[in-house]
Structure formats: structure tokens, C-alpha cells
Design a protein around this ligand. Structure first.
Ligand code: FES
Ligand SMILES: [Fe+2]
Length: 372
């Protein structure tokens, strides 16, 4: 039987935070094959609206088509390969027009017209649609996989499915986005989010609202890990003053009102369900020692429309906490690069890190004993 706690487990070894070879292996085994959380349906609120997701040389257009379906396509033209969308987001209207020779694609990816190609022997536009990318949504969050035949989404994220069905986060809208460049490996960012062992000393503001032992993990194995922390004020929230910024979100129970539910979604996101808002962190590994974290604050449209609505106490609270955390991650990146550093033992308050490492080893197909 698999261990369920951190008992006896140590951190991953230095190479997992410093080696370009490991980073390249992660690209192949994790990021180019797994499911990645890339956005939210509110970014695709009307047909034609799109955003672009990039991973190294790959670029993916995620859009809403004319029938209202969400689709994803590789962002290059089937003619001579030009990038199609240069902007990171926007509205395409009713088609995708290549900026080079004006081949024109429908929002369903089909090639609709190709100037001066009618006389080319054997040319049939039906043979040249955009390359599709698989896309799934869960509670309004949009996931893609760059694999041609990925493992089924419902299988990979089995412990997510159905679990939060009473939370209709697809209707929420982001009121703020903050982008951080963190000089640390992506796994250190995941590790940092996965424990509150560091909270008393580093996050006095957070620890006042949710003392670090007010926690239990309800998902402790697999691709999704985490659980609730309960607040000293059962009618509060995680904000600068500890007060909610809005009415509780629809559908949550009275018990859930006093709690914040923190989950990591391997390998790309953290989702934090607050009583009155949802916080999303998306982590993108840009290099072995560099991670871009995009943080968004989602509120209910009714709250946003309420006169006097002010999300600033929630934004300021997590921006402060985020920056405190990035300093820790960057310190750790510098420390583990030392040739004298050896993997250290996890505490019982770091069982989620041990579980993350087990999932990481499984996906990377590493021997459970390796990692030094
Ligand atoms: S490269 Fe797109 S139309 Fe020629
Ligand atoms: Fe933290």
C-alpha cells in the first residue's frame, strides 16, 4: 500500500531543480502530454473571442465558435506556416485570416477560402483544416493537452470530477489579473503552495485569519491535492481586513462559508475556493529556474454589479501573500543549487509535498527511490 503521509520521505534532489536535462524530460513527459489549465470560459464569452496559450515553440488558439462550442487549434497556417494570431487575446469575428496570403479559416478550423488556389491540381480546401488541439472544460476552467491522444481528462483528473459540482464557477468573472515572474523552479512554487508550515513566520496577515494548524487535506493522492482551512471568523474571508468582499457564492453550504478550499491541479494550477470569490494561480514553467505565475480573482457577476463592490481587500491580501511566497521560492532555488545541499526530510505538515512528489515521480516514470 502506498504511504499516505510524508513519513520518511525527503525532498527531490538538486538536479530536479537545476538540470536542463530534467527540464527537457518534464517537457516531454508532463507538459507536452498532460492536461494543462490554460484559462476560463469567461475569457471566451461570445463567438469569435479567443486567447492564445504558448508552450515553447507551440502556440494554441483557444476560441468560442459560432455554435458556442469551445475549440482549440494550433496557431499556424496550413499553407506556409505563418502564425495566425499575433495577439494574446481578442475577438476574431467570424473567421481566422492568415496575415501572409489571406487563407481564411472558419472558427471550426475548416479552410473556407484560399486565394488563387482553385487552379492548383488536386487542391481541395477540405484537406487543409487547422490542426486541432484537444480541449475540455471543468467548472468553467479550460484545459488543453498538446498530446494527439491524451489520456482521458476524466481519468487523469478523476478526483476532481463531480467533487465541486455544486460550485458553478463557470459563471464567475475575473476582476483582476496579476502576472509574476518567479526565479524558481515550478515544483518549488507548487511545494510552497502546498503547506502552511511556513505561514506563522512569513504570512502574519494570513495566519491571523487561518492559523496554520486549521487545516485538513481531503485529497491526498493523485493529480489534485489539497483541502480546506477554516477561518477564525466563520463569516469572514481572506482579505486585508478579514471581511468578505461580497455575499457568499451561490450553492455553498454554511460549513463551506467558514472555509477556504485550496487545491493544486498537477502540473499547472492552484484553485482556491473562498466563500465569496475564487482565486486562480496558473503556473507556467518557462525554464528550469523560472516560472510565470498568473493570478486571477473571480467574483460572481451579481457581486460585481452591486453598488459599492470593492474587491481590493482580496486583491491586496493575495498580492501581498504571493510576493511573500515568491521570495521564499527564490531563496530556495538559490539554496538547492549549492553542491553541498542534500534532500531534507519532510515534516507531517508537508504531507502534500510528499504526495506531489509521488505523483511527479509516477508521471515522470521515475523509480520511487530515485530523486537524489
Ligand atoms: S502562410 Fe498563411 S496564407 Fe500563406
Ligand atoms: Fe505561503
Amino acid at each position: 500500500m502506498k504511504p499516505r503521509t510524508s513519513f520518511g520521505q525527503k525532498t527531490l534532489g538538486r538536479g530536479y531543480f537545476t538540470s536542463k536535462d530534467i527540464f527537457d524530460m518534464e517537457r516531454e513527459r508532463i507538459f507536452r502530454t498532460g492536461w494543462l489549465l490554460v484559462g476560463h470560459v469567461s475569457q471566451l464569452d461570445v463567438p469569435g473571442r479567443f486567447f492564445v496559450f504558448d508552450l515553447d515553440h507551440e502556440s494554441v488558439i483557444v476560441l468560442r465558435d459560432e455554435d458556442g462550442a469551445i475549440r482549440a487549434f494550433h496557431n499556424h497556417c496550413r499553407h506556409r506556416g505563418s502564425r495566425l494570431c499575433a495577439a494574446g487575446e481578442g475577438n476574431l469575428g467570424r473567421s481566422i485570416r492568415c496575415p501572409y496570403h489571406a487563407w481564411n479559416y472558419g472558427l471550426d478550423g475548416r479552410l473556407r477560402s484560399a486565394p488563387s488556389m482553385a487552379d492548383v491540381a488536386g487542391f481541395d480546401a477540405a484537406d487543409w483544416p487547422l490542426h486541432t488541439v484537444v480541449v475540455e472544460t471543468w467548472l468553467g476552467f479550460v484545459f488543453i493537452s498538446l498530446a494527439r491522444e491524451p489520456q482521458p481528462f476524466a481519468h487523469v483528473l478523476a478526483n476532481l470530477t463531480g467533487r465541486f459540482a455544486h460550485r458553478d464557477t463557470s459563471v464567475l468573472r475575473a476582476v483582476h489579473r496579476e502576472v509574476y515572474l518567479v526565479a524558481a523552479n515550478w515544483k518549488l512554487v507548487f511545494h510552497n503552495f502546498s503547506e502552511c508550515y511556513h505561514c506563522p513566520g512569513v504570512h502574519p496577515q494570513l495566519n491571523r485569519l487561518t492559523p496554520f494548524r486549521n487545516t485538513e487535506n481531503d485529497l491526498d493522492e493523485g493529480a489534485v491535492l489539497g483541502g480546506p482551512m477554516w477561518m477564525n471568523n466563520p463569516e469572514g474571508s481572506m482579505t486585508m481586513g478579514g471581511e468578505r468582499c461580497a455575499a457568499p457564492l451561490p450553492g455553498i453550504s454554511s460549513e463551506e462559508r467558514g472555509r477556504v478550499y485550496y487545491y493544486t491541479v498537477f502540473p499547472s494550477a492552484f484553485i482556491s475556493f473562498h466563500p465569496d470569490y475564487v482565486l486562480l494561480h496558473r503556473a507556467e514553467a518557462l525554464a528550469i529556474d523560472c516560472t510565470r505565475v498568473t493570478c486571477e480573482w473571480y467574483f460572481h457577476p451579481d457581486a460585481i454589479a452591486t453598488p459599492g463592490f470593492d474587491p481590493q481587500p482580496a486583491i491586496a491580501f493575495w498580492d501581498l501573500t504571493n510576493r511573500q511566497d515568491w521570495t521564499l521560492c527564490e531563496n530556495t532555488q538559490r539554496g538547492v543549487a549549492s553542491l553541498t545541499w542534500q534532500p531534507g526530510p519532510y515534516s507531517e505538515l508537508e504531507s502534500q509535498l510528499a504526495a506531489f512528489d509521488r505523483e511527479y515521480r509516477r508521471v515522470m516514470a521515475l523509480d520511487a527511490a530515485s530523486g537524489d
